[in-house]
Design a binder for this molecule. Structure first.
Ligand code: COA
Length: 328
């Protein structure tokens, strides 16, 4: 007997209103629109004001539930993926649950850096498969703008804020829904991308603050090489495991970190440009929100249609990665 499949039945997203262009960043950092556009493909990003990750995530969640016509009280589980949680605890999921009125459903956060959304999808799909839940809300919500060092041009220009939520429900009779995942983590890369302080290893002290250790630190070149390689191998693995070819895929949705990474991966995999989705130019790297932001926009503009085969690939700190193959 095969396990029941999960299906994404609705999407909702939210980004803060304020847009910060590369030119604006050039006023506060030794950088330029030319450098940022050429090296990353980013032109502008949305930046939160006082909002925390849960404030963005709650709006995205409400929109997804509205789109599905499901009340918050009917959700059986909420999983939030974030690298910029409201607090160390309680979970950002707890704050979102309170904000949307989810009642007594279990909720938790999942920490897998920018790969978090794909990891969370895999957990939600497993709850549906094991019949522990009928409706799972998966939310990727990040305000990385609060976690970057605004004096460090190497990282500050890369990120933007946003949230995306999807509702998972059991796939109907004969529907493929979510077909499978390929997930992994390379522990050798554990120090390449992190916020070193503020946890139990380096609790906050005057020194950790003075040394900017509460901000995102990244070995850009190493992460670049890792990402370019892992997107390709992870995508190939999930396709192969499920007997699909690149030609079968209607839309390739990679994590939005750098257009050069996306273009090189797409080229090596053999995707023509019209099958590759990117909105990085307008949002920057929104961490756990990047893939659902793409799904929502692609569906809205008609580039992702019911019945399409979509391949999502995420990567990030850990160094972690994850691919998901799904029938839309
Ligand atoms: N504006 C202007 N110059 C900048 C700059 C900025 N915002 N950021 C870095 N530079 C400078 C560097 O200081 C360096 O100068 P130097 O040669 O005088 O030392 C020069 O540009 C080249 O830096 P380098 O780091 O080699 O650039 P790069 O081509 O590797 O691009 C990244 C840097 C960060 C854009 C790129 O490495 C990258 O995208 N890495 C992956 C990041 C990622 O995906 N992170 C998220 C994972 S979820």
């Amino acid at each position: 007997m095969s396990l029941r499949r999960a299906k994404i039945t609705a999407v909702g997203t939210f980004v803060p209103q304020r847009i910060v262009t590369n030119d604006e960043l050039s006023l506060m950092l030794d950088t330029s629109d030319e450098w940022i556009s050429a090296r990353t493909g980013i032109r502008e990003r949305h930046i939160a004001g006082k909002e925390a990750a849960s404030d963005l995530g709650a709006v995205a969640a409400r929109r997804a539930l509205e789109a599905a016509g499901v009340g918050a009280g009917k959700v059986d589980l909420i999983i939030v993926a974030s690298l910029s949680p409201d607090a160390l605890f309680p979970s950002t999921a707890s704050y979102i649950s309170a904000a949307i009125g989810a009642g007594g459903a279990p909720v938790f956060d999942l920490s897998a850096a920018c790969t978090g959304f794909i990891y969370a999808l895999s957990v939600g799909a497993a709850y549906i498969a094991s019949e522990q839940a009928e409706r799972v809300l998966i939310i990727g919500a990040d305000v990385a703008s609060k976690m970057v060092d605004w004096t460090d041009r190497r990282t500050a220009v890369l990120f933007g804020d946003g949230a995306g939520a999807v509702l998972l429900e059991p796939a109907g009779e004969g529907e493929e829904g979510i077909i499978g995942f390929s997930l992994g983590n390379d522990p050798a890369g554990v120090d390449q991308l992190s916020i070193p302080a503020g946890g139990s290893r380096l609790p906050a002290t005057e020194a950790t603050v003075a040394e900017h250790m509460h901000f995102i630190q990244m070995n850009g070149r190493e992460v670049y090489k890792f990402a370019s390689r892992i997107i390709v191998s992870s995508a190939r693995q999930v396709l192969q495991e499920h007997g699909r070819r690149v030609e079968d895929v209607d839309l390739f949705v990679p994590h939005q970190a750098n257009i050069r990474i996306i273009d090189s991966a797409a080229r090596r995999l053999g995707f023509p440009p019209e099958k590759v989705f990117s909105n990085l130019e307008r949002y920057g790297n929104t961490s756990c929100a990047s893939i659902p932001l793409c799904l929502d926009e692609a569906a809205t503009v008609g580039r992702l249609k019911r019945g399409d085969l979509v391949l999502m690939v995420g990567f990030g700190g850990g160094l972690s990665w994850g691919s998901c193959l799904a029938r839309w």
